[in-house]
Write a protein that binds this ligand. Structure first.
Ligand code: COA
Length: 396
């Protein structure tokens, strides 16, 4: 029996109104900018405006997908994030309301550090396999935030992706074998009373590399492809050099060549967007996929791997085959615009945005209108979050 083709039919990204160039951060810190540009492989990081959050980014990412395909067949929204705005209510409910989606819909939020969008994709695939007439909207949206003045400060960022998972997809057909690995460790976590993550950066790099090899070995044990078959690898990228570190480690663990040219062929096209956006936690590996599809036109019918790692920790390796003609369905111009049109800010403005003073007593508080996106967080009132459309278009 042949497997039904299920996978990613459409993929759209959104980010913030502002960006902080890492040259600006280096200047403020008195650090050599080459540490960030060459050492980490990062040029800039997205910084949310006062009226932006994971909901406004996710809704902005999803809007063009709904505009292109309609919402009649979407019966499930899976929202992956580790920057939740509520301990109880799923952030997807706000997106559902902003987009005016049908009420015949189930909505849930998933969390496991930077990994959860991959779980969402797997769950979506299973739902569509059960009923191929249905579609699932997978959202991944996060704001990576660490304490100012720490080593992790240069690896912040923010972005969202929206993916429509369907039968007979136009972009990527997901394959059944996948490789998984979990281990209870404390390399990065965020207790409920903190707005910034706690991270042991060195430990997280080592844990990421180990988890990648373990997940790869599991993938192979479950009938996965040989490494040499893949045209490209879309890694989770807390900083883009992390993909290079992990892939070198994986190649060396299997005895494959790991020269600079081998690494660039496998990784460079998938690193373009992450290099400019910074870390986006759950969205990161799928920004890598968007970047790959937008920057390579030789992938028809070729396998690519998605390597997902979430501290704490869970890793999963997925494989998929790129659908011939995918270049007719990508959103290169809109994706590039979202990244290029961010407004650069200086350190002082970034500092204000990093540590906003928001009421926690239920009093009425209006947010300044700053975002250039299609949706904004207008106010906090009575402990409720009030979102509004801005009237501005989303990427098309
Ligand atoms: N020119 C070029 N490269 C330079 C440099 C310079 N002037 N100065 C330093 N570097 C290089 C270092 O050699 C290092 O590269 P390497 O790891 O390939 O050896 C890199 O830049 C980073 O320097 P390092 O001193 O290790 O940085 P750091 O200790 O200040 O912090 C992280 C780096 C990633 C640990 C930190 O940003 C962090 O904790 N981030 C959050 C956690 C994270 O992203 N984890 C990833 C796995 S999920």
């Amino acid at each position: 029996m042949t497997e039904p083709a299920i996978g990613i039919h459409d993929l759209s990204l959104a980010t913030t109104h502002y960006r902080l160039d890492l040259a600006t951060l280096a200047h403020h810190l008195g650090t050599d900018p080459a540490k960030f540009h060459t050492g980490l492989g990062q040029d800039a990081m997205s910084v949310p405006a006062a009226d932006e959050d994971i909901v406004t980014m996710a809704a902005a990412a999803a809007r063009p997908i709904i505009d292109r395909h309609g919402a009649d067949r979407i019966r499930t929204i899976l929202f992956a994030t580790e920057t939740g705005v509520d301990q109880s209510k799923a952030a997807g409910l706000y997106v559902h309301g902003l987009l005016g989606l049908p009420s015949a819909c189930r909505i849930v939020e998933l969390k496991q550090a930077c990994y959860s969008a991959t779980a969402a994709l797997q769950f979506a695939t299973a739902l569509v396999a059960r009923d191929p007439t249905q579609q699932v909207l997978v959202l991944a949206s996060d704001i990576a935030k660490y304490e100012r003045g720490t080593a992790a400060e240069a690896t912040q960022g923010a972005a969202a992706v929206a993916m429509l998972v369907t039968a007979d997809p136009r972009l990527l057909r997901l394959e059944v074998p996948s490789g998984v690995f979990s281990a209870d460790i404390s390399d990065f976590w965020r207790p409920n009373y903190r707005s910034e993550a706690v991270v042991d950066g060195r430990a997280s790099i080592t844990a990421y590399q180990k988890a990648t090899v373990e997940a790869w070995n599991d993938y192979r044990r479950h009938g996965g492809r040989d490494l040499s078959e893949f045209a490209a690898f879309c890694y989770h990228q807390p900083f883009t050099n992390m993909a290079y570190k992990a892939h070198r480690h994986l190649l060396e663990s299997t005895g494959a060549a790991a020269g600079a040219a081998d690494l660039d062929t496998a990784l460079a096209a998938a690193a373009v967007y992450n290099r400019a956006l910074g870390n986006s936690y759950s969205a990161s590996a799928y920004l890598a996929l968007a970047s790959l599809l937008d920057h390579r036109d030789d992938l028809d019918q070729r396998p690519v791997a998605i390597i997902s790692y979430g501290s704490g920790s869970v890793a999963e390796i997925l494989s998929g085959v790129i659908v011939p003609g995918y270049r007719n369905h990508v959103r290169t111009a809109a994706n590039t615009n979202a990244i290029d049109l961010r407004e650069p800010i200086g350190y002082a403005r970034y500092e204000e945005l990093h540590d906003p003073e928001l009421p926690d007593d239920g009093s009425h508080h209006e947010l300044p209108a700053e975002t250039s996106g299609p949706y904004r967080l207008a106010a906090l009132t009575g402990h409720k979050r009030i979102y509004q459309p801005t009237g501005r278009p989303a990427g098309t």
